[in-house]
Design a protein around this ligand. Structure first.
Ligand SMILES: Cc1ncc(COP(=O)(O)O)c(C=O)c1O
Length: 362
């Protein structure tokens, strides 16, 4: 069996060790004679899995005691509805503020408009989201129920280097493409959410971390299975949850702990990203598409000076075992998504290939 270096933006590669454990345990989970996907979400075995997942999240992300961990159905985009439904009435005027830093922010704004008056406090649309827009807190209505940001913009390869101080307005962050890739102070946020499919596990489930005082503002029409309060009260088991995704996340969290935790991963992630950004910056053959000061360390977006060579680059890269480097259609060119599970050797192989491709095409 040959595994490629998978640079896909998501669903993304998971650590090989995690996949191997899942494979070994798949038919017979710890001597039960049944698979983890065949046992009840209310069994003592699954109870141990979900409790350990909570415990590892608290430990690795340093989640303070006044926050709840929820495992919410649907992917990250389901949170684009869940966030306004659960928070918009924190202020009776039903106002919320959003920073438009990319297509997922734009989708979140579109969805939120169904539930209240949405103010786009800053946008980088005019420069095709090549940066995080400058946010002045004076542009944010102080009556806003919350301020929503996308901490890492998967498509455009930008991220917030530092997070805004929003005072009494809860900061809500879509961290789908970077959660647990860098150290965070969770107490800066009212809500953090992340679809699992980049750094945490399989697609279809979202991790939500919410400050307890924000659990009480849901619109009366909020479906039970989108109500954060219900998830908090029922330990995310109001109905049959995606037990396999939670189990996979537990394995990923154990792997992160084994790597030395988030601090170690952040250093590795910075080194991996710098390797590729240096290859881009040291050559006029390649061009980065994001403003250098706003660059993501998870999604590296770049182009070839001669964009007609992109298809050939992609097919030759694949022949070298470098998979899914095509950029998102909104940016074009190339994108290397290098989440926690991408080994440094994958980034080095990509850089070696880039250098070789440049030599043979200049
Ligand atoms: C930052 C961000 N938010 C939201 C989403 C949407 O996730 P989902 O497809 O799970 O709804 C993605 C998916 O790539 C993403 O990168």
């Amino acid at each position: 069996m040959t595994r490629v270096y998978n640079f896909g933006a998501g669903p993304a590669m998971l650590p090989t060790e995690v996949m191997e454990i899942a494979q070994r345990e798949f038919l017979d989970y710890r001597g039960m004679g049944a698979s983890v996907i065949e046992i009840s979400h209310r069994s003592k075995e699954f109870d141990a899995i979900i409790n350990e997942t909570d415990r590892l999240l608290v430990e690795l992300a340093k989640i303070p005691k006044n926050y709840k961990i929820l495992y919410v159905h649907g992917g990250a985009q389901m949170q684009f509805s869940a966030v306004p439904m659960n928070l918009i009435t924190r202020n009776p005027d039903r106002k919320a503020a959003y920073v438009e830093s990319g297509n997922f922010a734009k989708l979140a704004i579109k969805e939120a408009c169904r539930y209240g008056t949405i103010n786009v406090a800053a946008s980088s649309e005019t420069s095709n989201y090549d940066r995080i827009p400058e946010l002045e807190m004076t542009a944010v209505d102080e009556k806003s129920s919350y301020l929503h940001i996308t901490s890492n913009n998967t498509v455009y390869g930008t991220r917030w280097q530092r997070f805004p101080d929003t005072g009494n307005i809860p900061l809500v962050a879509d961290m789908t493409s970077e959660f647990l890739s860098r150290e965070l102070d969770i107490s800066q946020f009212g809500v953090i959410f992340a679809g699992l499919q980049k750094n945490l596990g399989p697609a279809g489930l979202a991790l939500v971390i919410i400050r307890e005082d924000l659990l009480h503002y849901a619109l009366p029409e909020t479906p039970n299975l989108l109500s954060y309060k219900t998830y908090a009260e029922k330990h995310s088991l109001s109905n049959t949850n995606n037990t396999f995704a939670i189990y996979m996340m537990k394995l990923v969290l154990e792997w992160i702990k084994g790597q030395g935790g988030v601090t170690t991963l952040e250093l590795q992630n910075e080194a991996k990203a710098n390797l590729i950004y240096s290859a881009i910056d040291d050559s006029s053959f390649y061009q980065g598409t994001a403003e250098p000061a706003h660059r993501s360390i998870m999604n590296i977006t770049f182009n070839l000076a001669d964009s007609d060579l992109v298809d050939e680059f992609l097919s030759q890269a694949l022949a070298h075992g470098l998979y899914a480097l095509k950029g998102h259609r909104k940016v074009g060119g190339l994108r290397a998504s290098i989440y926690n599970a991408m080994p440094a050797s994958g980034c080095q192989t990509l850089v070696d290939f880039m250098n070789e491709f440049e030599k043979t095409h200049t």
